[in-house]
Design a protein around this ligand. Structure first.
Ligand SMILES: [Zn+2]
Length: 74
């Protein structure tokens, strides 16, 4: 994936966290996501939404349509 800001090739990885990472607008996120929250990994934490990092623009773009297995990460 190329960065939409500078068009440089982005580095593929994943967003990982000890507790299930969520996209949320609430300040009290819980393990069990609500309908308006978006989980960035599967329930057991072995599959993550793909995330691409640009070290020029210092931005990360998460692709919710693509997953990365933790086995494929370094
Ligand atoms: Zn960039």
């Amino acid at each position: 994936m190329n960065c939409p800001y500078c068009n440089k090739e982005m580095k593929k990885g994943a967003i990982s966290a000890k507790s299930p990472p969520l996209w949320t607008t609430r300040n009290k996120a819980t393990i069990f996501k609500r309908k308006d929250e978006i989980s960035l990994c599967n329930f057991v934490g072995t599959e993550f939404s793909a995330a691409y990092y640009c070290d020029v623009c210092n931005k990360i773009i998460v692709d919710l349509n693509e997953t990365v297995s933790y086995l494929d990460l370094d």
